[in-house]
Design a protein around this ligand. Sequence first.
Ligand code: ACM
Length: 469
Amino acid sequence: MPDPIALVPLPQSVLWSEGVWETSDPWGELSVGLNEDLPRTEYSLTISPSGANLAAGSEAALADGRNTFAQILTGAGTSIPCVTIHDHPQYAWRGMHLDVSRHFLPVGEIETLLDVMALHRLNILHLHLTDDQGWRLEIRGYPRLTEVGAWRSRTLKGHMSGDEESWEFDETSHGGSYSQDEMRGLVEYARRRGIMIVPEVDLPGHMQAAIAAYPELGNFPEQRLGVREVWGISDHVLGVSDTAFDFVRDVLTQVAEIFPAPYVHIGGDECPRTEWERSSAARARMNEWGLTRVSEIQGRYTQFAADVLAEHGKKVIAWDEVLESHLPDDTVIMNWRHGNGLATATSRGFRTIIANNEHTYFDHYQGDPADEPLAIGGHTTVKDVYTAEFSPKKLTEDQEGLLIGLQGQLWTEYMPDAEHVQYMAFPRMCALAERAWGSPRQSYAEFEERLRAHLPRLDAFGVRYRPLD
Ligand code: ACM
């Protein structure tokens, strides 16, 4: 009997058996078919000395089975070990978030990430396309978004600590953007690997790059801003003019056309209200709309975005701050601020994705900061991801049923290039995939042993990762 092969994430049921399948063309000879008797999320893979068969209840489950097969083949040569696998995921949404605003990544680098995500049966790439530090997507009718909003002339080096005068900058200009056709190509590349790309347009905050390109989108159109060169939260948010709302309509309409996913992420996080408080136009609008609290302006934006997207058959996903105003019932909440938020969102009946800052933020240090490249802060090891209790508050069965997924986040303030992104992603992403799949859990030691044997597959894809301790 061959040594068991370390699969990550571990399928729900794996039975290695005697014998090998001798073939020099495993993909060519694999027999594949949909089987309507299987549940939609399930696949069944059998490799015996006479051949290999993959059956699945849906195209998505077939993709999962193919990706497991790919893991078995990696490094196996022409003697493929025999195995019977029955498998299905715990969560429908098994996501990775990628911020291409703070640092732009060329399409080819995103493709590499997609390849490795697929290998781990992760099925959602949440692409954070816009933020204060760079607007990355071509929008027809708004050329300055990418001509101006995609470029910053310099970038803060290090943290925003101490006296502003003491901050140091990298004086090279940074930027880039994706054409709509490039994004359509990426969507198709991902689809062929069983991954859906969910775009994020962060609004009404995190909009400084757009306002730098079109000052009339802001609260004080006479104010001349640049694309933000430092990190942190910008006070410059969308204003309340018809021009700003028309912009949101135009952007979301085009985004809905480019990305076939049934969801669009509208951000909604970290939106300061200071400009709205100072703006006479905002006060006039509040009177017109019958609002008493400035914070409700954000609620108007959320509802407006939801209405625009609904016209295109799409639903809203947003960060958990949107719970502070009234929301459409079918909004999906992405919980990031604290695990307790899972109880809050699900108690109000919202479908919710686990994206907790405590366990799924891969911009945190993954070891002793003295030995690691500069990061935003925090400390989240691969073991922390594997062993996390995501909800500190006990959830009822109904609430558990509203948790539709788990997602890791790659915020790239301190990740200037693809190699650095990979170093921060792996191997934490392997642990995340295991938890998102809902693999049977024994102990961290058992997982670590499998992970050690799995790392050569990352080598085979040429991606960088932090070595295990
Ligand atoms: C977030 O980390 N601002 C969602």
